[in-house]
Design a protein around this ligand. Structure first.
Ligand code: SAM
Length: 112
């Protein structure tokens, strides 16, 4: 289904390298960042670097929604700490005990 057919006018879809800062040039400062299916598919070091780079992408009070498996070894405690280190306050962390997925919501309180 296309963007128009889905009535998502005002949304721009970009096909580009998500690992290249230039891809986000027109998206910053962003009020909402959805990091779904990202943090479980890059190295732990790249997860930390990605979270550390978010202040360059986020507007003041931006919301970041992220997902991550809790498959052993569970990286979510470190991820939540890295968000705090980068100036984000945790608004929600949904991690049901009977499944491995988790969803976090963090709000940016630092300086963009
Ligand atoms: C686990 S899927 C998540 C897809 C979607 N965000 C979701 O939550 O349903 C990860 C996606 O990232 C894409 N991907 C991997 N490396 C990428 C890159 N450097 N730039 C853009 N997309 C990439 C993969 O092709 C795959 O479609």
């Amino acid at each position: 289904m296309g963007i128009s057919a889905a009535r998502l006018d005002g949304i721009t879809a970009t096909q580009a390298d998500a690992g290249d800062f230039a891809t986000y040039r027109t998206a910053a400062p962003a009020d909402l960042v959805v990091l779904a299916g990202v943090l479980g598919n890059i190295s732990d070091g790249d997860v930390q670097s990605t979270i550390g780079a978010l202040p360059r992408l986020c507007a003041s009070n931006a919301t970041v929604i992220w997902t991550r498996t809790r498959r052993h070894p569970d990286l979510t405690p470190a991820i939540r700490g890295w968000f705090a280190d980068a100036g984000f306050a945790e608004e929600a962390f949904h991690a049901p005990s009977d499944v491995l997925f988790s969803v976090g919501v963090h709000r940016f309180h630092g300086q963009p």
